[in-house]
Design a binder for this molecule. Structure first.
Ligand SMILES: Nc1ncnc2c1ncn2[C@@H]1O[C@H](COP(=O)(O)OP(=O)(O)OP(=O)(O)O)[C@@H](O)[C@H]1O
Ligand SMILES: [Mg+2]
Length: 253
């Protein structure tokens, strides 16, 4: 049975998609069978892994709203061992369309359960909100990975996220754990970054990954080529650290 990890933080631009795509690709690179699940209407993970949205016939919307089976939506990517459930802008309507439906919070969970045996890991890229799409992701997951950007106000909003995690644990998914907190976009030249690391470690203690993701220009270039960093520039620092993260995730079990 595969492990399902939601990459979530309602704060925008903290590295959720960069982490989902590159953690997923690095897990695949070390031989794991991986399904990337794009649950963000922006579809950044979908385009970032090289899927043309114009070519997407079925997307995550069809799973959530129209009960289409996951196996009919899954697409292979150019990366060996890595498949994706893509998202398109159509998903933007789902948050509202799901409100009056039965079992609206467990739709993703049910769909993924049907394909869970085909994968070692599923990585879900969440949108920057705590709405129904993120709730579906948390309900479907075994663990949540929280990227935190190494900047001022890094911890702001995290109590809201943790509160949502607790509510999901209580009402929808008692098995959900916090997989870890990932520090992202560290600029090692500033003292601020170091201060944020200390602050986050004080708060989350051993839940913080040893791997810290630095700012790396190659990581920001890769999505426009539709490639994960391990393909775009395997010798870059970005590739190195996301490979380290993948190994840490495997070791953590
Ligand atoms: N380690 C990094 N070094 C340099 N640039 C990065 C790094 N991580 C992310 N970026 C860039 O920062 C921007 C935001 O990252 P990303 O899209 O991963 O965040 P996000 O949390 O998914 O955003 P959103 O909330 O909009 O979904 C992107 O342009 C991305 O390329
Ligand atoms: Mg994103």
């Amino acid at each position: 049975m595969g492990k399902i990890i939601a990459v979530a933080n309602q704060k925008g631009g903290v590295g959720k998609t960069t982490t989902s795509v590159n953690l997923g690709a690095c897990l695949a690179y070390i031989g794991k069978r991986v399904l990337l699940v794009d649950v963000d209407p922006q579809g950044n993970a979908t385009s970032g892994i090289g899927i043309e949205k114009a070519d997407v016939e079925h997307c995550i919307y069809d799973i959530l709203v129209d009960d289409v089976a996951a196996k009919d939506v899954i697409k292979p990517t150019a990366v060996e061992n890595l498949d994706i459930i893509p998202a398109t802008i159509q998903l933007a309507g789902a948050e509202i369309e799901l409100v009056p439906t039965i079992s609206r919070e467990v739709r993703l969970k049910r769909a993924l359960e049907a394909v869970k045996d085909n994968y070692d890991y599923m990585v879900i890229d969440c949108p920057p909100s705590l709405g129904l799409l993120t709730i579906n992701a948390l309900t479907a997951s075994d663990a949540v990975l929280i990227p935190v950007q190494c900047e001022y106000y890094a911890l702001e909003g995290l109590s809201q996220l943790l509160n949502t995690v607790r509510l999901v644990q209580k009402h929808l998914n008692t098995d959900l754990t916090i997989e870890g907190v990932l520090l992202t976009m560290l600029d090692a030249r500033t003292n601020l970054g170091i201060q944020v690391i200390d602050e986050v470690k004080k708060y989350f203690q051993d839940k913080v990954y040893k791997t810290i993701i630095p700012r790396n220009i190659r990581l920001s270039e890769a999505p426009s080529h539709g490639q994960p960093i391990i393909i775009y520039d395997p010798r870059s620092r970005g590739a190195e650290v996301y490979l380290d993260l993948a190994k840490e995730v495997v070791v953590n079990g």
